[in-house]
Ligand binder design. Structure first.
Ligand SMILES: Nc1ncnc2c1ncn2[C@@H]1O[C@H](COP(=O)(O)OP(=O)(O)OP(=O)(O)O)[C@@H](O)[C@H]1O
Length: 234
C-alpha cells in the first residue's frame, strides 16, 4: 500500500542544561511529505536550535518530534514512529568547511563500515552512492577529484549527496545559499527544485526571495523561540 508521511513537531520547548530560559517555546508545526518548508526570522530567535532538535543532536525539554505514516485512506496505519537521526538528513551552514577526505568518493563514504561489512552491504552502499551522485548532478565529475577543488555550488551538491545516500524522510538545510556567488546560488535553487519532487525538505534561511518559488509552507520564528505560520514577506 502506498503511504505518505507527515513530519510533526508538537509543543516542543527547549532549555539548554544549566540555563534558566527556554530557547524554544511550545513550537508546533507539521510538514507533509514532498513539501518544502521554510523557517525564517531574526538572528538569535532559535532557528538553528530547532534544527538541532529535529536532527536528534539535542533532545526537547518537553513536547514531541515524530514522523507519522498514513495509508491511502488517510488514516494512520501504524503508531507514530519517532524520528531517529538516521532518518533525518541535515546539511549545516557552510558544510564544505567540514570536508575531510581527499576524494569525492571518500568524502561521501566517510564513516561507512569497511572491513567487516558483507558483500551485499557494500554493493548496496555502492549503488546508493551512485544514485546520490546522479541525483545531485555530480555524475559528470570523477569521484577521485579532491572535494576542496570543486566550485562553491558543486561543494554544496556534494554535501547534499552525502545526506542522500540513505534517502532521508526529512532533509534539513541550514542556510543552503549562504556564502555562494549569484551563479552558484541559482544553481543550488535549481537543484532544490529538482530534489523537492522526491523529498520532504525543511530549510532555515534568510534568502526568502530566492527560495520563495519553492516554498509550500513557511513559519516565522520570533525572539523568545515562538514559531507561527506566516506567508513569506516577499
Ligand atoms: N547551549 C546554549 N546555551 C545558551 N544559549 C544558547 C545555546 N545555544 C544557543 N543559545 C542562544 O540561543 C539563541 C538562539 O540561537 P540560534 O543559533 O538557534 O538562533 P538562530 O535563529 O539560528 O540565529 P542565526 O539566524 O543568527 O543563525 C541565541 O541567543 C544563542 O546565543
Amino acid at each position: 500500500m502506498a503511504t505518505s508521511s507527515l513530519s510533526t513537531v508538537k509543543d516542543v520547548s527547549y532549555r539548554p542544561p544549566g540555563t534558566e530560559h527556554n530557547l524554544l517555546n511550545k513550537v508546533t508545526f507539521s510538514l507533509p511529505e514532498r513539501s518544502f518548508g521554510l523557517i525564517f526570522g531574526q538572528s538569535g530567535s532559535g532557528k538553528t536550535t530547532l534544527l538541532q532538535l529535529l536532527s536528534g543532536i539535542s533532545k526537547p525539554t518537553s513536547g514531541s518530534i515524530c514522523v507519522q505514516r498514513y495509508g491511502n485512506d488517510g488514516n494512520p496505519n501504524q503508531l507514530p514512529e519517532q524520528l531517529s537521526p538516521e532518518k533525518v538528513g541535515i546539511v549545516f551552514q557552510f558544510p564544505e568547511r567540514y570536508f575531510v577526505a581527499d576524494t569525492i568518493a571518500d568524502e561521501v563514504t566517510f564513516g561507512w563500515p569497511r572491513r567487516k561489512s558483507s558483500v551485499q552491504l557494500r554493493e548496496h552502499l555502492a549503488l546508493n552512492l551512485q544514485r546520490a551522485v546522479n541525483w545531485v548532478g555530480l555524475n559528470g565529475i570523477s569521484l577521485d577529484k579532491d572535494p576542496h577543488s570543486l566550485s562553491g555550488g558543486y561543494k554544496r551538491r556534494l554535501a547534499l549527496a552525502i545526506q542522500l545516500v540513505e534517502v532521508p524522510d526529512l532533509l534539513i538545510l541550514d542556510e543552503p545559499l549562504a556564502g555562494l556567488d549569484w551563479k552558484a546560488r541559482a544553481d543550488v535553487v535549481k537543484l532544490l527544485k529538482h530534489l523537492k519532487k522526491e523529498l520532504t525538505i525543511l530549510v532555515v534561511s534568510h534568502d526568502l526571495k530566492e527560495l520563495a518559488a519553492l516554498v509550500d509552507h513557511s513559519w516565522r520564528m520570533e525572539m523568545g523561540g515562538f514559531l507561527r505560520e506566516e506567508l513569506l514577506p516577499v
